[in-house]
Ligand binder design. Structure first.
Ligand code: PNS
Length: 181
């Protein structure tokens, strides 16, 4: 990225539900932190899917997993992402693309966000192929069925999700397939 002296620092927002954060999300955060001066991980607060983990739990896990990255901060947001990005002076929205199946939803969202905030660009980044099949939804499903997710999520996430196996099972049973993580 070519930048001139005096250009203002590029602030990127990496938004999501993060229920829970996975190593795929972390891979994108690390890549973003090398590319942009500042990355704000923005957790959607008021989420209709009723997350398994509370907002403070999701936030705590992300803070712990990213503490070694000096230019990454964690916040919660509510309402339109385009408005929140404007309020933070962010010019970039980062989203991870794992596979073609992610593309349609991400493309629609990117174009809608551009319409809502034309000064903002959505930048799609690929996680390491080692995480191309990892999603928060699958992690919860595997834990609910007593499978191992070691190496797919930070250890603290693994412990927290495993301690909620009962709740995870009820959530997994009440949800269909499809959608993004
Ligand atoms: O991790 P997710 O669930 O794929 O993240 C989706 C998220 C939080 C990025 C998206 O739902 C969002 O931005 N919601 C905020 C409300 C909003 O701005 N809606 C219009 C998006 S085009």
């Amino acid at each position: 990225m070519s930048r001139r002296p005096g250009d203002s620092p590029v602030i990127a927002i990496y938004p999501g539900t993060f229920d829970p954060i996975t190593n795929g999300h972390l891979d994108i955060i690390e890549r973003g932190s090398r590319l942009f001066e500042r990355v704000i991980v923005a957790i959607l607060e008021n989420y209709e899917k009723s997350p398994l983990l509370t907002l403070p739990e999701r936030k705590g896990l992300i803070v712990e997993a990213t503490e070694r990255l000096g230019n990454v901060t964690i916040e919660a947001f509510d309402g339109l992402l385009a408005d929140y990005a404007r309020s933070r002076g962010a010019s970039v929205i980062v989203r991870g693309l794992r596979a073609i199946s992610d593309f349609e939803y991400e493309f629609q969202m990117g174009l809608m966000n551009r319409r809502l905030n034309p000064e903002m660009e959505t930048v799609f980044m690929m996680p390491s192929e080692a995480y191309s099949y990892v999603s928060s939804r699958l992690v919860k499903e595997v834990v609910a069925l007593r499978g191992s997710v070691t190496g797919l999520v930070p250890e603290a996430v693994e412990r927290m999700i495993e301690s909620r196996v009962g709740a995870v099972k009820r959530k997994a049973a009440s949800k269909g397939r499809g959608g993004k993580p």
